[in-house]
Design a protein. Structure first.
Length: 94
């Protein structure tokens, strides 16, 4: 995995054998059904990190590879969740 790139997607994380194995496990575990809307996924399945993956936690097994932190989403639900996660990261909590 490379750490000299701007984002995790470009780092090679999602091509690593360890990730591919857990990704395939989650797809099978969830029966190709979207965790957000319940529809069967026929194309573009996304294995999503419930707690978003960041440079700060990418080496933490419980975040990066733990199936309990992973869910299967179809592309549209994944995009909605990603936008919501980004908005929430910019909020201040007191």
């Amino acid at each position: 995995m490379r750490f000299d790139v701007e984002n995790i997607r470009d780092s090679g994380f999602y091509s690593e054998p360890k990730w591919l194995k857990v990704r395939d496990y989650v797809r099978e575990r969830d029966g190709m059904r979207c965790a957000a809307c319940g529809k069967v996924i026929t194309e573009k399945p996304e294995v999503d990190h419930i707690i978003p993956l960041t440079w700060d936690n990418v080496r933490d097994w419980n975040i990066a590879y733990n199936p309990d932190n992973l869910q299967l989403l179809h592309h549209e639900c994944h995009n909605r969740k990603t936008k919501r996660d980004k908005r929430n990261r910019n909020r201040l909590f007191y």
